[in-house]
Design a protein around this ligand. Structure first.
Ligand code: F0G
Length: 459
């Protein structure tokens, strides 16, 4: 890869530092658990040498990024590293491990728009990344830092997607990977990825929060590089989804961006990007960034509604949207800051609302995993409450691919998803959205009849 790396970079991004989000202490380097040495809170990357808003410079950057799309350099072909002017600079660009992540499409969702009660609805599908989730955009950056710092092992606790992403990038870069996942609480589709990519995978009898707690101990004892979203370099990579989105919208700022919330790294990263883009003059106003959680895994919603965001309300989380089954989100302070700064809000949705939203996104031909579908379910509530007006422009961030959790989708269409749960009664309302496979004799007449009947049901 060495000879194809062209690390042309605008001078502004060279040299970043780390800053504690609580006590604002500054550091050149992080400890292995990425916590502030003074107060134990999380760190964020900042760029002391960035100039203030400069329209001429902003236009220059926009042109540089567009020009890079014509290039065959691996860095330019990555939808993350194409924006490297706003990212930490590598000491040696040959350490970059990239799978041409990012570059994800935006789609119109006309049926979903109608069902949510807005005139127009757009989705940015981060599930179209190389390993099927938004995690790849952060992974390429943080794992490249791990290689630059000469780590042999990388590790994460995961509800599935982080582990698939980390294991793939580690394999690509010749690193070993350790995965801690909560036993029985992730989808097989995700676990199988980590296995195939060669990770040492440990299923622990605890939840995601327990896995993350334990991993903090492990990285203090061994030279293992932590790749959860407490790692601030991961969030720098994830920032680029917002930059890419604005570029795709030709720098027209939407009124709302809606994101699912689990450990709250992604909402923090997207919000950071929006604030930085405004600071640099790339955009002149901010979209409202809102976070949606499952009702059974709603620590951020409770933190805001029950104690005004003063301290985190933790909980034992339960939701079939396993990716966001998290009760003690590490990045809650960062997410609160983003909600405050952008004027966004939080909302929670039920399991039945998630299932309905997922099938509606599917009926627009897009599809996503359950955790991503909370965005549409949440939008409906935000329209209902008046927070989102019908004529406002809205972007949903779909975080994971439909094929990540095929069991959920199959069970839904077979009518088995809610069987024996307390939602069974309410879920009866979903019957008209189920599209069970039709079993027929191998007979053309039978297929023709089935088609004619389906045509009658077309709305
Ligand atoms: N959507 C999907 C598909 C996810 O995999 C995750 C998190 C989220 C949303 C929530 O993002 O944590 O940044 O708020 N998955 C993690 C994992 C925790 O281990 O794969 P967040």
């Amino acid at each position: 890869m060495a000879e194809t790396v062209d690390a042309t970079i605008a001078a502004t991004s060279r040299g970043c530092k780390l800053r504690c989000v609580a006590c604002a202490s500054e550091f050149e380097r992080a400890e292995q658990d990425f916590r502030c040495l003074r107060c134990g809170e999380l760190l964020e990357v900042f760029y002391p040498s960035w100039p203030k808003a400069d329209p001429k410079r902003a236009r220059e950057l926009q042109t540089i990024w567009l020009d890079r799309r014509k290039s065959f350099s691996v860095l330019d072909q990555s939808g993350v590293w194409r924006f490297r002017d706003l990212l930490p600079a590598m000491q040696d660009w040959r350490n970059v491990i990239t799978m041409r992540e990012g570059n994800t499409p935006v789609f119109e969702l006309p049926r979903c728009a109608k069902s949510a009660g807005v005139h127009r609805l757009i989705a940015k599908h981060q599930g179209m990344n190389p390993t099927g989730s938004f995690k790849d955009t952060g992974m390429t950056l943080a794992i490249s830092v791990a290689r630059e710092e000469k780590y042999r092992w990388v590790a994460c606790a995961s509800t599935g997607n982080t582990s698939a992403s980390m294991a793939a990038y580690a394999a690509q870069g010749g690193l070993r990977s350790l995965v801690l996942i909560p036993e029985g609480k992730i989808s097989w589709g995700k676990l199988s990825q980590a296995l195939d990519y060669g990770a040492l995978t440990c299923q622990l009898r605890t939840d995601f929060d327990g896995c993350l707690r334990l991993l903090r101990e492990v990285v203090k004892r061994l030279p293992v590089y932590l790749l959860n979203s407490v790692n601030p370099y991961r969030l720098e990579g994830q920032k680029t989804a917002a930059i890419e989105l604005l570029e795709q919208l030709e720098w027209n700022v939407p009124d709302h961006i809606i994101v699912p919330g689990g450990n709250l790294g992604n909402s923090s990263a997207l919000g950071k990007a929006l604030l930085e883009m405004r600071e640099l003059g790339l955009i002149s106003r901010l979209p409202k960034l809102s976070v949606i959680q499952a009702e059974g895994a709603n620590p951020l919603v409770r933190t805001i509604r029950e104690n005004g965001g003063k301290s985190l309300v933790t909980m034992e989380p339960h939701t079939m949207a396993t990716a966001i089954q998290i009760g003690n989100p590490a990045s809650w302070r960062k997410a609160l800051h983003v909600l405050d700064a952008t004027g966004g809000t939080v909302e929670q949705v039920t399991e039945v609302e998630i299932a309905l939203a997922k099938t509606e996104i599917g009926s627009d031909g897009i599809g996503c995993e359950p955790a991503s579908a909370v965005t549409l379910a949440g939008l409906k509530k935000l329209v209902h409450s008046g927070f989102v007006a019908p004529e406002e422009s809205v972007v949903l961030i779909l975080t994971g691919n439909l094929l990540k959790d095929p069991e959920y989708t199959l069970k839904f269409h077979r009518g088995e998803l809610f069987a024996g749960t307390r939602d069974e009664g309410e879920a009866k309302s979903l019957a008209s959205h189920r599209r069970e496979p039709v079993v027929l004799d191998a007979d053309a007449d039978a297929v023709v009849r089935a088609l004619e009947e389906a045509e009658k049901r077309t709305v």
